[in-house]
Design a protein. Sequence first.
Lengths: 391, 439, 568
Amino acid sequence: MNTLATTVSASAAAIALAGATLSLQNRPSETRSFVIASIYMPSVEVDSKSCPTESKNALQVFLDTLSPEERVKYADPARGRELGALMSRTLGFKRSVGDTPISSDNIEDLRRAAGIPPGKGAIVSYPTRHLAYDTCTNPDDFPTQASGNQEYLGKVAYGMNLDGKVGKRDFVGVDGEPGVDNAWYRAVGCGRIARSTGVPRVADNVLVSQASPTLIEVTGIDDDRNDSDVDVNVYASADALELSATGGALADASYHPDPRPMLTSHVKGRITNGVLTTDTFDITLHFHESIIDARPVMRRARIRATLNADGSIEGGIYGYHTLASLEDEYAQASTIGANLMSCPGQVKALRANADGFPDPRTHRNTAISSMYRFKGVAAYVVHKPAQVATQ
Amino acid sequence: MLRGVMRGGAVVLALPFLDYFLDTNGTAIAASLGGGRMPVRFGTWFWGCGMIPDRWNPTKAGSAYDLPAQLAPLKPVQQHVSILSNFAVPLEGQANSPHYSGNIAIRTGSAAEGWQKIAAPTLDVIISDAIGGGSVFRSLDLSPSGNPRTSYSYRNGSSQNAAIPTPLEMYQKIFGTDFHDPNAAAFTPDPHYMVRKSILSGVTDERRKLMQRIGAADRARVDQYFTSVREIEQKLALQLEKPPPAEACRVPAKPQEIAASTDITQREAGHKVMADMLAMALACNQTKVFNMTFSEALAELRSDGSTTGYHQSTHEELTDRTLGYQPTVDKFATQCMGAWADFVTSMAAVKEGDGTLLDNMLVFAHSDVSFAKNHDPNGIPMMTAGRAGGKIKAGIHINGNGDSVTRVGLTLQQVMGVPADAWGAAGSRTNRTLTELLA
Amino acid sequence: MTGDRVNRQIKLKWLVAGLSAAVFAWASVNAAQRGSENTTPAADAAAVTPQLFRLTEAQYRASIADIFGSDIRVAGRFEPDLRVDGLLAVGGSTISVTRGGFEQYEAIARTIADQVTDPAHRGTLVGCGPSAVDPDGRACAKTFFERVGLRLYRRPLGPSEIALAMKNWDDARQQLGGDFYVATSAALSGLLSGMEFIFRIENTTADPARPGARTLDAWSRASRISYLLWNSTPDEELLAAAKSGALMTDAGLAAQVDRLMASPRFVNGARAFFDDYLRFDDLNTVSKDGTIYPRYRAAVTGDAREQTLRTIVDLLIVKRGDFRDLLTTRQVAMNGMLSPLYKIPVDQKGWAMHEFGPNEPRAGILTQIAFLAGHSHPGRSSATLRGKAIREILMCDPIPAPPANVNFTVVQDVNNPKLLTARARVQAHLDDEECASCHKRMDPMGLALENYDGAGQYRTSENGVPIDATGELDGVKFDGAVQLGQALRNNPKVSACLVETALRYSFGRRLTAMDDGMLARLKTQFSTDGYHVPDLIRAIVLSPTYYAVTPAVKRPRRLAQLAAGAKG
C-alpha cells in the first residue's frame, strides 16, 4: 500500500510519463526534488597576482616561531610528524585518551583528566570522538599562531551581490555580475584547501556529507521553465546518500527528511528561464561525514540554481555565514589538517573580514558574506505520516 | 607400506599402487629425482567469436611465418606458437549450429547441433583419462568469466565439467588447505585423509546394491557417480604420499579478488592472474591437464560504456569502407590474441629442467567459428603452444588445405600418449596424423 | 508353408520369451521398503521413467536447513544444474556428478558434519554422547545414525548401511585419537556423501489398487511431494505417514498433500517452480554496463528476481488469483534498490507491495526488470531476445537456431543515422523471407516492449525518435506493453504452456505420449476452474497417474494374444 504524501508528485510524474498532453490549466502542480551530492566553497583558479603566497599551514606558522637551528632541522618535510608532535608539546595541546564514548555524564571528568582548562576544548571526531584542546578548538588561546594567512587579492570571485551595493572591495562575479559580496573567499581563498580542491572541476565530483545530504524540494510548480510563485523546502536527509553503479550520486532514490525543525527551512521563490531564485531566509545546513558533524548557518541567504531537464540541479546558496558556525566547524576538524591550514590565522582573517550582522553590544560583525556552490540529482523526498513515531 | 607415527601410535598403512610414476609404456619416470623426463602437460585455451580471416591467417606456411595484424600480439612469443589454419569442420549433413557446431567438432571429433547431443567426450577428457592419474587434480577447468558454465569440457551431453570461475576460488582450490608443497622439507601424512579415503571406499561399496534397484536408463549415471567417488578416493590416497620435489614450483601468493566482468580489459586482468597461478599449479605438479576458457562461444565480452558488445558487433557492424574490415570486431579479436599471448608468456616464464614449463606442455588454442559474422565453421583458428617435451614443432604455420579438424584432435591425442589410431565418428573419422606438426 | 509356420513359431517364441523376460524384469524392479537389502537379481530396466533426480542447490540447502537447522552454514560451490527442455527440474533426471562436482559435495559434507558435531550444536543435534552406561558412545552413535540417516536418505537405513556408518565411526575413532564427536562427524560426512542423499532415488512397489501394476513406494511418494510442494526434504510427520502406509491410500495421501499446501512453506515450492519456469537461474550471469545504466547497481539483478517471485507468490498463492493476471497485474513488490529504475518514491528500503496507477505504462511481469533486463544486452535492449523469451517460456513454442549462413549485410550499422530505433534496426529481420519465418514470431512482441531500455527503465523515445510499440499476436493488435500483456493473458497458448510446464516440472522428466491424457485433462480443468495454480498442483499430486511406474512393454495385450495364438 502506498502511504506516501507525495502521491501528487507520483501521479503527476506518471501522467508526464504516459506522454499524455494536457493543457496547462488542467495539470496539477508538480514537485521537483533533489539530493545534493557536492556542496563547497567554490574557488577560482588563482595566480601569483591574486595570491602572492599561499597561506601558511599550522606547521609552517609554528616553524616560523622556532630558533634558526630548529627551523633548519624541521624544514625537511619528512620530519612533518615530528614537527607536529613538537608543536603539540610546545603549545600545550591536550587530548582525552581512551575510547570511552563521550556523554554529558562524563564530559567534565574527561576534560579534567585530559587537563583541558574549564570551558575550553571541543569534541572532535577524528579518529574516534575525543575531547581536544588546540589551535582549532580554541584559536584565541594561541595568539602567537595567528599569522601567515594570505588574503585573496584577485578581482573575480564566485558569489552574489548581497547588500545591493557595489563597494570598492566587492568582487566581480564569474559571470560578470558586479558588486559580488564574498568576504569569506577573500579571507581563505589563498589557502591550500581552496586552491587545490575548491575549484569546481575537481570539487563538483567530490561527494560531501554522505551521511546526511541536503534535500531541496520545490513544490507548486506549474511551469518548470517560468513560474512566479513556487515553494522551496530545504531539509537535511535522515538517510545516507545512495550511490549509483559508477560511484556518483544515484538519481531517483527516496529520502526521508531529518525531523528536527532546526534543520528544516521554507522559503518562497520563482523560476525564470529554468533558473530558480528564492527570497532570503535563514538556513541551517547539516554537514555530516565521518569526521565532521557540523551545522553551518547562513543568514539572509538566497538559493539561485538551474533546474536541468535531466532532473539535476546546479547552483548556490548565497548569504552571510555566521562566524560561530564556521569556527565550530574548524574546531571539529581539530588539527588533523595541520599541513593544510592554520586555524588561528584563518579565524583572525575571517573575523577581520566579517561584514554582516553586527552584534548589538560589541558592534563586531558576526557573519561573513559567502557562497556555497552545489550540484545535485533528482530525488524523491518522502514524508512519513505525522502519526508515525519519529526518532 | 608406510610406517609412521600418527598421533602417538605407530600405524602401518597399506597404500594403493600409484600410477603417478608411470608413462604409458610402463617405464617408471621419476619426475624430478635426477635425470628423469618432466611430465608433459596438456591443455586447451578457448576464445569465442573467432577472427577476421584476412587479418589473421598467415600467408606463409612453414617456419618464420608472417604475423598479420590480428596476430601482432604474438610477436614476443611467436617461436612458441604454431598456427593451424584452413581446416574444415565436418557437418555430416547436420545444420551448422552457430557457435556450436565448430567447437563441438573440434573437441569431440564429430558433428552435433548442441552440447547436450554430443556423441563422444571432448578430447581433453580423453587425454585426462589417459594421463591425469597420479596428479592431485586429474584436470583443471578454469575461466575468468565468473560463470562456472563457461566450459567446453564434457564427458557426455549431460556431464559438463564446470569451470572454476574466479581467481580467488582457483587459489583456494589449488593452493588452499589441501595443498602440499612438493618442496617442503617435512611431510607428515595427515590421518584425516586416510579416514576420508576409507569413508569414500565405503561409499563405493554401496554401488552394487544400488545398481540392483536401478533401471538401465539410469545405470550410466550411477556408474559415473561412483567413478567420480573413486577418483576422489585416489586423490586422497595421493595426498597421503610425500609428493616428489618439483624444482620449478614456487607457491604463489593469494591473489586479490578481481571481480568477474564482461568488460574485456577486466577479463584480461583476471585471466592473467589465473594464467600465472596455472603455471605454478603445473610446475608444482598439481595437474597435468587443464582447460582455460577465456570467453564463451558467444563472446559475452564488451567494453564498458559501449552499447554494443563483441558478439553483436560481429553481426551488426558494417565493414568500414576505408579499412576494409569491421573495426570494433577487429579490436576485440586482437585483444583476445593479446590474452592468448599473455597466457603463453606466463607458461614460458617458468624455468623447468633444461628449458621452460612451456617446453613440456602442449596447449591447444581454438575458437568456435572463423568469421563470426556469418558463423563460418571453416578455417576456424587453431594454434598450439609449447613443444610437448620435444614431440611437436613450435613456431610453424600449417595450412590444412581444407582437411578435417579431426586430424588435429587425433594428432594431439597421439602426442599425449592416447592409444588412438583413428578419431571421429562416421564421415569425420580420420586416421591421418598431422605429421608436419610432429618433431 | 512349413517354413512360414516355423518362422512364425520362432518369432512367437521370441516374442513370448521377450514378454516373459520383460515381466520377469518388471517384477525384479522391486526396491525394498527398507534400504538396499534386496538381493533380487539385477533388474533389466523395466522402468523407462527415470529413478534418480539430483537435488538442485536450493533443494540441498533447504534440506540441510530443515534437518540440522538454518544456522548450519553450507559453504562452497555446487556443480551447476542442467537445463533440459527449458527446466532444471528435467535436467535433474539426466545428470550425474562429475569428479569436480563430487569433490565439492564431499567438502561441503565435511563442513556440515563438523558444524553438527561442534560444541555449539552437538547438544541439540546429536543429543547424546559417551556416558557411564555407554563409555565410548557407541550406542549413542548408532542411534544418531539411525535417526539422522532416516532424514538424510528419506527412508530408514538398512542394516548394512548402519553397519557401514559404525565401521566408519570406529575407523575414525581409531585413526584420529578416539574423540567421539570427531568420529561421529567423519561418519556423518560419509552419509552426506552418499548418492542417496545427493539424489532422490525412487523405488517402486506393487500397486495395491491395480493388481500386476507397480507404483512408487511410500518413501518415494513422501520425497516427491515434499520436494515439489516445499522444495525440501520430507518432515517427520510426512515420514511417519510413509512408514504407516498412509501415503499408499488416497485419503492418507490427500491429507498430507493438503497439509503441505496449507503450510506457509508451500510458498517455497511455488517459488522454486516459477523460478525454474521463468529460467531465472540465467539471471546469475546478467551484467549491465554501469556507465550506460548508472541506476542499475550490483544488487539490482538479485532483487529484481526476488521482486517478480514475490509478486507471483502474492498474486497466485496468497491471493489465489487467476494465473493469467500475471500478465496484467498492476501490483508489484518493490524496494529501495529497484525504485530508482522504476522512477517511483518508496516509503522504506525494504519490500512492500506497490500498485501502479491505471494510466501508468507498467502492468504484468513483462514490464518488470527481471524479464526486461534479463532478456537484454548489457548496454542495450533486445526486441528479439525478449520476443524469443515470450515464445519459448510463456508459449512453449521453441524457436529453432538461426541459420548459420545468415546474410547479415542487410542488418545495418547501429550508428547509421537512418536507423535510430530498434524497430528500424530489426526491420531487416522481417524484410528477409528466410529470417522472417522465425523472427515474425519473436520481434513484434519484443518491439512492444521497446519503451523499456536494457535496464528496464521507461522511455518514450530512442535517439530522439518516438517509440512505436504497436504489433499483433494471433490476430490481436496491441500498442505497448500493457496491451501486449492483455493479448498474452487472453491467448490460450499461455495457460496451456503453464500447465504443460508444471507437469514436466512435477515429473522431472520430458513428457511422452503416455502423458497426453493427463495433460489434456489438466488443461481443461485449469481453464474451467479459473486458472488457479495451487489447484493445478493439487490435481497433479493427487492423480494416481503421478505415481504410476511406466511399464517397459507397451502392448502387453497384443503379445498375450499372439502368445495365445501360438499355442494353437
